[in-house]
Every structure is written in C-alpha cells, then in structure tokens.
Design a protein around this ligand. Structure first.
Ligand code: IMP
Length: 424
C-alpha cells in the first residue's frame, strides 16, 4: 500500500471526495488540506450520521490522524470556529489534532463583502460563487496585502489591519453599488474567532517535513474539482485556486517526489454548481430525476446542482493533467434504473471532434457532446460491496470508463454510508 496519497476531484467539485478521503484517512497519520477554503463542502456519513465539513480536512473523523490546514488554504476563522463547535459538541477533542499553517491567508470580513458586491455587479454574467470571500481573499494574497494566520500572534496589529481592509473594501463595494460593511460589527464577530484559532497556528512546513522524515503516511486532500482550477479549468467560471496536483504542491510545501499515488474521484454522472458551460448537461426531466435521486443540492450553499451524463472528455483531460493513478467512482447506485446511459466521449466543434476542452469559454459553450450510449441496469447496485455483486451492465459501465481513460477504477461507491463501497 502506498505511504502517501493525493485525492483530487476530477469534475466540477462535489464528486464525493469526503467519503473517499474518510475511507483512506484510516491509513493516514496526517491529513492535509492544501487549497480552497470554506467554499468546499465534504459530506461524510458515519453510522447514519451525516457530517458536512468545509474547512476541516475530512480526515478529522479519523481519531488517530493529525490534520493540517496548509498554507494554500484561505481560512475563515469564523467558519472554522463554527465547524469546530459542531464537531466538538459530540465531546471530541479534535482541536488538539489540528494545525493551521502560519502562512495560510485569512478570510477577512471584507472578503465575503466584496464577493457579494462583485457578484451582484456582474448581474447575469456572475460566476455563481459560494459568496464565501474566496476570490477576494486570493486577490489580496496575490496583491501582497493579505493577512496571514501567523500574524495573529499580534492581535492588536491584526485588528488595525482589518479596519484598514474594511475601509478599502467599502470604497470598492460602494462603487459597485453595495452598502458599507459596519466595521465595528464585523470586528465583534471576527476578532473572538481569530483569538480562538491563534493557538492552533504553527509552522506547518516544518511539521510536514519532520513527519515525512519520520516515515509517516500522508493523505493530501484536494477541494473543488479539476474543472474549477484557476488556470486549466473553465475560466472564468472557476474558483480562485489551483484545484489539481499543482495546488497540493504549492499549498503544502512538500516536493512532488513526496506526494505518492494520485487518486481521482469521479462521480458516475456529472454535476456543476454555479454558472459556466456544461456540455453533457440535462436540462429536462432526466436531469431533475438525477438531482432528486442523487440529492444534488450544494453542501455549502444548498443550491440545486446542474446534472448531466458522465463526461469523459473533461475527466480524461483531468487524468492527463494530474497524473491520476487510480479512480474512485462514486454514486454508481444513483444510475440504477436508467434504461440507457449516454457517456460523452468527444466534443464536436467546427466539424472536428476534440478529446479535451477548448480554452476559450465561447468555444466551450458551443461544443456539442458526442455520446456513446451504454445499456443501463434495472437490478439495484445499492450497497454492493464486491464487484461481482454489481449488475452486469454496471460492471460493463465501469470497464468502459477504465478502457477510455486507461486508468483503473479501484473504488466504486454504491451508497452514502462509509461502508457502501466496492474496493478492488
Ligand atoms: P468560489 O470558489 O466561491 O469563488 O466559487 C467559484 C465557483 O466554484 C462557483 O461556480 C462555485 O459554485 C464553485 N465551487 C466552489 N467551491 C465548490 C465546491 O466545493 N464544490 C462545487 N463547486 C464549488
């Protein structure tokens, strides 16, 4: 078994990474989040109890793992405190196992304020962000004016900087037609949360390298999905971080030689939240039925997810870009009862069939899906725990994916529960 593993979403997020990470975290000494922030929503169901994690690594549910929020994450202290309170209500002492990188940028009250103002100003052209302040926080990071967790050592200075940030954000937001953010009220909510997380802040790079030298096993946990990557995703309808292997590298501080096996998580069909092209989308009753059966409503925002057939063009592209070694296919059971299953294997554009998404969003929006239609299955796959217990056509569906991608499918999700999974 590999000592270190990376788990990445290969679609538009919401692939079911939480469950896969929870399973694999059982073998990991350290679980590391490297990018994104509280825009993520990783759902884990243990013993019938559903837990949704946003900032905390999903591996936190493994009581033996240390969890690191790496420096590529943008961390909202208020969101983190809410999450800790929810989880610790059960009596667990998980804050002791949690480390926040001193280089991680903090989401300030000015960031969601700007996110809301910018999205509102875009009108019909909005990205459909989670409004968690992710883009504005990464913008401040790139502009070299952000506040990092390590600065919480001096809370008075942090408070002063925060006031300056809010004053500047108000100028921009006002120009966009938004109301001012009340700095005093924002500080009253933010400062106590910041004070509470300050003791968790440490030099995560040193800790990670020491643990690596001691031969500890690592699980690197990606957030969002490959198509939301700032550089290679469906720009501008993307998030503001690198959601692929690049984000794991830059957001952890380890070298590419230390990352280990790359596992790509793929939902058996496709979903997307927010705006942007989606070639295999179903805008009819079949899409509604998938949404209902798959409970496809955002774990962070509750928004209905757009649903469609499996798109192997984008998944193949993500496999190539991220060096994917194995696939975890999730929610196969949601396809039970579909009479036939079209799978998108190419994009037709200007008389050519492409095997990857074009860069220009206008071209992507024009691309037509080329489908190969596979037979569905009528007997349930729900709860199957071995490959040979899956309906024959479901086995063929998996084999088709492996053949097209040239990557083995090693895990197959057959239900929401922790143990409803086929391991091959
Ligand atoms: P932001 O990350 O909040 O800026 O949102 C940018 C885009 O990424 C929007 O389309 C969001 O719906 C999408 N997004 C961000 N995080 C997630 C996620 O965890 N799952 C699915 N979509 C996400």
């Amino acid at each position: 078994m590999p000592r270190n593993r990376v788990v990445l979403g290969l679609q538009w997020g919401d692939e079911g990474k939480g469950k896969v990470i929870d399973l694999l975290a059982a073998d990991a000494d350290l679980v590391v989040r490297c990018q994104g922030g509280a825009n993520a929503g990783h759902t884990v169901v243990v013993g019938g109890k559903k837990t949704v994690l946003h900032l905390l690594p999903s591996g936190i549910l493994n009581e033996n793992a240390r969890c690191i929020i790496g420096h590529g994450v943008v961390l909202d202290p208020i969101a983190l405190c809410h999450e800790l309170d929810d989880l610790m209500a059960g009596g667990s002492d998980l804050a002791k196992r949690l480390i926040v990188s001193d280089r991680a940028h903090l989401v300030l009250p000015s960031h969601p304020h700007l996110d809301r103002a910018q999205e509102a100003a875009k009108g019909a052209g909005k990205v459909g962000t989670t409004l968690r302040g992710i883009g504005p926080c990464y913008t401040d990071k790139a502009a070299r004016i952000g506040i990092r967790a390590g600065e919480l050592i001096d809370l008075d200075a942090s408070e002063r900087k925060l006031r300056e940030h809010i004053a500047k954000a108000n100028v921009i937001a006002r120009a966009l037609g938004a109301e001012d953010l009340d700095a005093d009220a924002a500080l009253r909510a933010w400062m106590p949360a910041a004070r509470r997380i300050a003791p968790l802040v440490a030099d995560s790079i040193r800790i990670l390298h020491e643990a690596m030298a001691q031969g500890r096993s690592f699980l690197f946990e990606g957030a969002q999905g490959a198509q939301l990557d700032l550089d290679v995703g469906t720009y501008p309808y993307v998030t503001s971080s690198n959601t692929g292997i690049g984000g794991i590298l830059t957001g952890s501080g380890l070298s590419h030689k230390q990352l280990g096996e790359v596992i790509g998580v793929v939902k058996a069909y496709t979903t997307r939240v927010g705006a942007g092209p989606f070639a295999a989308e179903l805008t009819d009753a079949r899409g509604d039925a998938l949404r209902k059966r798959g409970h496809e409503f955002g774990a962070t925002t509750g928004r209905p997810r757009r649903c469609g057939w499996l798109d192997l063009v984008i998944v193949g592209y993500a496999c190539r870009l991220n060096g994917v070694d194995a696939i975890a296919l999730t929610k196969l059971d949601i396809l039970d009862g579909e009479p036939e299953l079209p799978v998108c294997v190419g994009y037709r554009l200007d008389g050519q069939v492409l095997d990857g998404p074009p860069a220009r969003i206008e071209d992507l929006a024009r691309a037509e899906p080329v489908y190969e239609v596979l037979p569905g299955w009528s007997t349930p796959s729900t709860g199957a725990r071995s490959f040979d217990r899956l309906p024959r056509q479901a086995q063929d569906y998996v084999a088709f994916i492996e053949r097209r991608l040239g990557v083995p499918v090693r895990w197959i999700g057959t239900g929401a529960g922790r143990d409803e999974i086929v391991v091959r």
